[in-house]
Design a protein around this ligand. Structure first.
Ligand code: ZN
Length: 478
């Protein structure tokens, strides 16, 4: 099952589990005895048995669910939350329908109004914690879980194949975006709490070093808050603690460390850079930014100026070592840009030059570059433009290019699993060809993906997000 990890250990669930254990054998025996010989004969292969049994359990599940939902559970009709008048019944059998994990449910329940005109509701919907309707909370959780990994219009097929339930892609999108928007509003509340001095619960003491990796991916948007259409940068932050294993100077291969990372915390935001860093700061705190056991902060990012101009202000903590590293992968792309500008037509020379230089950059650091620039052959005007631009790039990052020192210290330099995760956590779902997003929808899905990849999916569903999404106007009864 896709959300088998999502079960809260509630008292009700234990009661139900005990009853099921005690009674299932008897119930199943009864069902088997009632199967007609024709049905028994048709169930010859395991596939036929599973298909038939799935249809049976769907049907039984739907009947039991509808019956239990229709059960009268109200002692009184309740009162209006606004004026405290007793609510009046306008319809004792108002029909309602939604789709759940056993298919379409149709049932009836009493419908009440406030005599003073403060609104109407079916209190039983609130007792059942139906959420905003359309689908049941459990189905909503499944749809959202699938939809953060595959495009919305592919989810109906997965759900039909597994649950045997028919839904459409547009419903998947609405449900997922609603849940994601609620998750994002929770995230913003946490960020504001942190800004007003309410620190989150600090993590347990852990490894000495916190890696913070920053990256971005372009997402195609058709509507954004600032009215800007087209490609829009989603910023991705990754935080993880690790224990560096310093390398020996004499080590033959000065390979990049592959440290064992503790729990990885992701965040994604489409907001302004400074606002994103407030978000990242909140996640870094949860990973131990200010924990006394964490004494080194290592920041890895690409060339974007804002990262280096703002990160220290938001993330640097007094008394802790602060290390900035230009992601080696991005640095190498810029070396290749120079190579292509200087030798546009000679692939052999170009490749030889770039590979040798990258090797030296890794083992000797950015100090080698000055002599390399001086040794370049005469350049065309266009090539000179490119080279000048790239020289300025490396000059800006000259203090973040000391790769041999980082490798010796046991720091990653940017081609490891964390950094590539930085790209994939957003890109794989939102930068696919032909994908176009409304910004709020892109953020909603990104927030859900980040919290799932960070291992917070279960904790998130324990907050019953779907039930929380009922519009306030419909919660009139006290
Ligand atoms: Zn009222």
């Amino acid at each position: 099952m896709i959300i088998a990890d999502g079960q809260p250990e509630s008292k009700e669930n234990c009661t139900i589990a005990e009853w099921v254990q005690a009674e299932t054998a008897g119930i199943v025996e009864e069902i088997l005895q009632r199967l007609t010989p024709a049905v028994r004969q048709a169930m010859t292969t395991l596939e036929a048995i599973e298909t038939g049994t799935q249809a049976l359990t769907q049907s039984i599940g739907r009947h039991i669910t509808e019956s239990l939902m229709s059960a009268p559970v109200l002692d009184s009709l309740g009162i209006c939350r606004e004026c405290a008048s007793p609510l009046r019944s306008v319809d004792s059998h108002r029909a309602r329908g939604l789709i759940g994990i056993f298919g379409q449910y149709d049932w009836e329940r009493p419908y009440l109004v406030c005599p003073q005109g403060h609104g109407s509701e079916a209190p039983q919907d609130r007792v059942l914690q139906l959420g905003p309707g359309q689908v049941s909370p459990k189905l909503a959780a499944i749809l959202a879980r699938v939809a953060i990994d595959v495009p919305f219009d592919q989810v109906p097929d997965v759900v039909a194949q597994t649950l045997g339930v028919v839904i459409d892609g547009e419903m998947v999108r609405r449900v997922t975006e609603k849940i994601g928007s609620w998750a994002e509003s929770q995230e913003q509340t946490t960020i504001r709490d942190v800004q007003s001095g309410q620190a989150p619960v600090p993590p347990a003491p852990g490894p000495s070093t916190l890696l913070i990796a920053l990256d971005g991916a372009m997402v195609n948007t058709k509507r954004t808050r600032d009215g800007h259409r087209g490609w829009h940068e989603g910023k991705v932050g990754v935080c993880a603690r690790f224990e560096p294993i310093p390398r020996l100077l004499s080590a033959e291969k000065n390979e990049e460390a592959k440290p064992e990372y503790g729990p990885v915390e992701y965040c994604i935001g489409f907001e302004r850079q400074a606002d994103f860093l407030s978000r990242l700061y909140t996640h870094a705190l949860q990973t131990g930014l200010e924990d006394p056991s964490c004494c080194q902060l290592v920041l890895i990012g690409d060339g974007a100026h804002w990262i280096w101009e703002l990160s220290a202000k938001y993330l640097r903590v007094a008394g802790k070592t602060w290390v900035e590293i230009l992601d080696f992968y991005h640095a190498s792309q810029h070396i290749w840009a120079v190579a292509h500008a200087v030798w546009p037509d000679d692939a052999a020379i170009r490749t030889d030059w770039a590979e040798k230089l990258l090797h030296r950059l890794r083992h000797e650091g950015g100090a080698v570059l000055d002599a390399v620039w001086k040794a370049l052959p005469p350049l065309s005007a266009a090539a000179q433009d490119t080279v000048t631009g790239e020289q300025a790039y490396f000059a800006f990052h000259q203090d973040r290019l000391d790769y041999p020192r980082y490798l010796l210290a046991g720091f990653p330099i940017g081609s490891g699993i964390i950094e590539s995760a930085c790209k994939t956590v957003l890109k794989q779902r939102e930068s696919g060809s032909g994908m176009r997003w409304v910004e709020a929808g892109a953020q909603a899905v990104a927030t859900l993906r980040a919290l799932q990849r960070s291992g917070h999916w279960q904790a998130f569903w324990r907050k019953a997000p779907w039930a929380q999404l009922v519009p306030l106007s419909r919660r009139i009864a006290a």
